[in-house]
Structure formats: structure tokens, C-alpha cells
Design a protein around this ligand. Structure first.
Ligand SMILES: [Zn+2]
Length: 344
């Protein structure tokens, strides 16, 4: 799963501009499915037909947080809008890629050197509106010649790397390319199921679960599993009640987040599945939200589980995950589908 995750996490796909990550996913799954389609929100809906009437959806969002070009000034500096949740402190001194209609252009979000920064400026929190992207050109005309214009999407430029152990890796966008990697492997692994599997790669999760709303509405679903990633530790100098799960201890069965409470019935299915599959798991109350919040209240309600992959420094360019947690997530999801079919 490592090479797949590298390919997915380095690829661009800011909310609303998911076509390039989508093409990579299509390339990975097309031989393993019976049907593939997109809806008007750009969700990628794959179908693997099985015997029986039970229908399941396993969904992972494929969009990532990023930026959009807002304005180019006379000196060629580019101001931008954020897409998704950023801490402005994490934005300075980053390299970014502007995806213009002509080509990808590298730029940097530069900060004033310490030599010419006053103490007052150093003490003040960074604000997005004070930051600019510099592509090393000196006029608006030169920038525009590269095809760059307002509305172009911008991603963070960082390469996938292995840290202290071969299973511990770091990159941007593990939220939620890690979930996409698990879903791709799940689609490849499930053969001749006795249920129909809708493997759905959703769009625009990071800006308000928008893709999942239309995707879940458009397909018949008896049971849904959302695979996403969530804040894990250990993180230095963070209270134990702030980050309650850890890397390497298995996926989280999410109990609650800001838009979702796990039902007793679905919780029983997940725990039974974890026990039968011999998968270690954690439970977690998240301060965020996932596509599960949108899916479980679609139509007359859909029994839904959210399985989260533990990730450190989430929503930064240096997220860290343990690849063993991805393997456990895959096992837990597959077993949960088998058990749900007999209970729901
Ligand atoms: Zn996510």
C-alpha cells in the first residue's frame, strides 16, 4: 500500500478541482469494477455487482485542503484564498504549485527575513490576507503569460517520505488519501461479493461534506462505511484528553463528532467485526466532522459507521501515519461489510 499512498498523497486535488486525483483513482480501480460513473458534484461512483439485494457504500473523500488564486498584483505577487481548514501559522515558508490551464508553476509563500522583521511583527499571528505567493517574476503580465488567473487551484508541494521506521511515513493530504488507498485496496480485494458494493470517492468534503450529500442521495444504500483520517498522538505538550488515540494502535471506530453519533446497532457490528478479524481498534470522539455526518441522515436515514485512520499533525504538510493502521482499517472494513449483511 506504500507506493499507492505515495502516488495518491503527492497528487493534486483541492476541493472543487479533483480531476487529477480522480484520474489516478480510475486507473487503479477500473479493472476491478463493473460500472463507473460521476455525478454532477464530481463524485466518482464505482459499482461492483454482487449476488443478493444488500447494498453497501464505502466512501472516502478524495479532495484535499489547498488554495485558490485570488488576485495578481502589478509586481507579480499572488494573493490567495484558503480552501478547507488551515492554521495560518503553517503557511509561511511553504512551496506551492499553481495549477494554471497551461502548466503547473512552482511558487513560494515567503516571509520577510528576520533581519527586517520588527519584534512586534514577530509576536503577531500570521494572517492569510498578509501572505502572497512569489513565483519569482516581477510583473502581472509575466505571471499571466503562464496562464495563471483568479480561480486556479493551488496545492502544497511536498514529497512523500519514510521517517524513523519503514511503516512510518509523512506527506501532505494523508487526510484523506490514506482513506482513498484503503478504499482502492478494498475494491481490489473483494471478489464475487454477496452484496453490491458502491465504492465512492467523494468531492468537497473539506469545505462542508458537499460531495457526500449528493452521492448518498443518488444511490440505494443499506449500510455505509466512511473511511477518513483523524487527529492522533502522541503530540508533544498536548493534554491526554485532547488527543485520545495513537498511531499504530489500529483504526478508530468513531463514537461521535460534530455531526454524527454512532448508533448502538452499528457500533455492535463494528466491534464484532474487529474481534472476529483480530484487529486492534480504538474509539474516539472527534472535534471535527466527516462525510458520515451527511450520509447517515440522507433520505430516511442510512446505518453508517465512520472508521478513522490515526494521523499526526493533520491538515499540515507533515502529517504522519503508520502504514500498519491502513492494513488494519482495510481488514476491519471488509469484515464489517460481511457482518452487517447478516444483521441489518
Ligand atoms: Zn478528512
Amino acid at each position: 500500500m506504500k507506493q499507492l499512498l505515495k502516488k495518491l498523497s503527492e497528487a493534486p486535488g483541492v476541493s472543487g478541482n479533483e480531476s487529477r486525483i480522480k484520474d489516478i483513482i480510475i486507473g487503479e480501480v477500473k479493472e476491478f469494477i463493473d460500472e463507473i460513473r460521476e455525478d454532477s458534484m464530481g463524485n466518482l461512483i464505482t459499482v461492483k455487482k454482487g449476488s443478493g439485494n444488500f447494498k453497501v457504500m464505502v466512501a472516502a473523500h478524495m479532495d484535499e485542503i489547498g488554495f485558490m488564486v485570488k488576485h495578481i498584483d502589478d509586481k507579480g505577487f499572488i494573493s490567495f484564498e484558503t480552501i478547507g481548514g488551515f492554521d495560518p501559522r503553517s503557511l509561511g515558508s511553504q512551496r506551492v504549485i499553481i495549477h494554471s490551464s497551461k502548466r503547473d508553476v512552482l511558487g513560494v509563500i515567503g516571509l520577510k527575513p528576520p533581519h527586517i522583521t520588527t519584534q512586534e511583527e514577530k509576536d503577531r499571528a500570521l494572517k492569510v490576507e498578509d501572505l502572497r505567493i512569489d513565483i519569482g517574476l516581477n510583473s502581472k503580465e509575466e505571471v499571466e503569460k503562464l496562464g495563471i488567473k483568479p480561480g486556479d487551484s493551488i496545492t502544497r508541494d511536498i514529497s512523500f517520505s519514510e521517517l524513523g521506521k519503514e511503516n512510518i511515513v509523512s506527506c501532505k493530504s494523508f487526510d484523506n488519501r490514506a482513506g482513498c488507498a484503503v478504499l482502492i485496496e478494498l475494491i481490489k480485494k473483494i471478489k464475487n461479493p454477496d452484496f453490491t458494493l458502491f465504492g465512492v470517492f467523494t468531492t468537497q468534503e473539506e469545505v462542508g461534506l458537499r460531495g457526500a450529500k449528493t452521492a448518498a442521495y443518488g444511490i440505494p444504500i443499506d449500510f455505509a462505511i466512511i473511511i477518513d483520517s483523524t487527529t492522533a498522538g502522541p503530540i508533544p505538550k498536548t493534554d491526554a484528553d485532547k488527543v485520545t488515540i495513537s498511531l499504530g494502535k489500529g483504526p478508530s471506530i468513531d463514537l461521535m463528532d460534530r455531526g454524527f453519533i454512532l448508533s448502538e446497532k452499528v457500533k455492535d457490528i463494528l466491534i464484532k467485526a474487529a474481534n472476529e478479524a483480530g484487529v486492534a481498534y480504538q474509539t474516539h470522539i472527534s472535534g471535527g466532522s466527516t462525510d458520515g455526518a451527511a450520509v447517515h441522515i440522507t433520505k430516511a436515514g442510512i446505518p453508517t459507521a465512520v472508521i478513522s485512520i490515526p494521523s499526526k499533525y493533520i491538515h499540515s504538510t507533515v502529517e504522519i501515519i503508520d502504514l500498519n493502521d491502513l492494513e488494519s482499517t482495510l481488514k476491519l472494513a471488509i469484515k464489517s461489510l460481511e457482518i452487517a449483511k447478516n444483521i441489518l
